[in-house]
Design a protein around this ligand. Sequence first.
Ligand SMILES: Cc1cc2nc3c(=O)[nH]c(=O)nc-3n(C[C@H](O)[C@H](O)[C@H](O)COP(=O)(O)OP(=O)(O)OC[C@H]3O[C@@H](n4cnc5c(N)ncnc54)[C@H](O)[C@@H]3O)c2cc1C
Length: 564
Amino acid sequence: MTADAGLPRRKFWGWGLEGEAATREERDRLLSALCLELGVSELQAVPPPRVEEFSLPAPRLRAPATLAPILTDDPRQRLVHAYGKSLPDSVRMFRRHAPAPPDLVAFPRDESDVAALLEWLDGESAAAIPFGGGSSVCGGVEPAVGEAYAAAVSVDLERLDRVLEVDAASLAARIQAGTRGPALEAQLKEHGLTLRHFPQSFEHSTLGGWIATRSGGHFATLATHIDDLVESLRAVTPSGVLETRRLPASGAGPSPERLLLGSEGTLGVITEAWMRVRRRPRFRAGASVRFAGFSRGADAVRALAQSELYPANCRLIDAEEAEAAGAGGGGALLVLGFESADHPLEPWLQRALEIVRDFGGSIAGGSGGSSAEAGGGRSGQSSSSERSTREDAAGAWRRAFLRAPYFRELLTPRGVISDTFETAVTWSGFETLYQGVLERMDRAFREITGRPGRLTCRFTHVYPDGPAPYFSFRVHSTLDAMLEQWREIKAAANEAVVSLGGTITHHHAVGRDHRPGWEQERSPLFGEALRAAKAALDPHGILNPGVLIEPSDRSVGVTGALAP
Ligand SMILES: Cc1cc2nc3c(=O)[nH]c(=O)nc-3n(C[C@H](O)[C@H](O)[C@H](O)COP(=O)(O)OP(=O)(O)OC[C@H]3O[C@@H](n4cnc5c(N)ncnc54)[C@H](O)[C@@H]3O)c2cc1C
């Protein structure tokens, strides 16, 4: 296969496609803030890496003639597939360090290619790493399989990118796993439908990746994860094809979809799924609400989450994060929104505003009630109501949220550790977790880097029984020291969320980086049951070894960003 073969050129060292970056204005604003924090007038940065600056090991596998049309050993493609998009991935790219890229990258054209690939790799004792958009932030796509495997091959599903069928009567669509967010929505739009699953990584992540990681999307309540949108799916495993039956619901034993949901490429390569879709929303109503403090805002959000109003958007953002996003104005900010394809939403919004006022919330903007409109906004297709509220606090925060992924490539080469971690906890445990995380991370930043850090929090999703707090932090370091310091900070964060009663991840998945925390959180017996399921579907443990669980027949150990 020739290099790139007309595929869009993804940046191998940063977010998005080549040529996409922060604007000059965004860059100037961010760099001024960093200089101010450090009390310096300028910050030196290393330039982005070039392919020729890496010394990649020679591929250990040769493509057989039958599979040669879908395999490449092109160095740029090997680098694109060497890492995901986490902070340690970015640091290793800027350090020009990629000692374990995939030996080859495969671009299967259809399901039979996937089956042939797995059969070949099984016979070669080589690892297969399923790859969607490569937006993993927890070491999920890194082919760091150690010496236990003869080679590693990334299986990139980007050619499986179509909506194959729409069942309008059942509001469901059959969609290939490699379809990225914008292509998926564009194809559904032709039918007046939408999946309305919008993770922040929407532009550069895929349906298969969302299912494999149980991603969290746009809805702050009800269908928060992709889980409930999956009607049925198909996956190719080394033991054969596993297909589940299209049903609106079933009480027949443990759910087979649930086995594959969150399997992170360790049990099979998901090739397509029937997804529950919906009519595009026509009515929206929303408001921005301010609270004196985050905890007071949390009390109001708990009341909202337990009110059965189920807002589509209910993001509580602490004062510092709102300020940094250009949505400051004193106090915590709640971005509240309702949407429907069927009915106006005034009564819902008015009742929600009564609730937040009971907790001292003051309405800061955008409470103009429902608007009827065609279409929904994302990725450059902003809707009329979104345009009209563009300048209010919610609009400013949303814009900053969508641009944020481009900032890492400004921060890493200047030695700034900027990362996030997220969890979910019951309401009864929230305050202990929140205060505990603030205290422990403040101590960790000072002890590990010798400097204070900046830690902010927001709720991404809320449930009647608890919120999903999402923490963002920034602390100054150097390009030489930051990977080692990040490892210690990550260990402190993992330990804090799990020991304070939260989960190791609400939606970022387990991968390699959260495996120690997940092992602490899950029952050992469940780990055994999962290993048994893997043994049935993947008897030689070739699928994404080292992610989620250690394969039972060989040791991968600690690999990837956590390995010293
Ligand atoms: C800037 C940024 C913002 C993000 N925002 C969110 C967010 O809002 N919500 C959220 O949930 N996550 C978010 N993430 C994390 C990431 O985008 C999600 O985990 C996403 O679901 C990964 O999809 P992907 O297609 O990129 O999968 P990849 O990163 O390619 O793969 C992720 C995992 O799934 C496996 N996999 C991928 N495709 C398949 C398949 N077809 N079959 C079997 N296994 C497969 C891989 O082996 C790997 O273990 C964000 C990441 C970044 C960098």
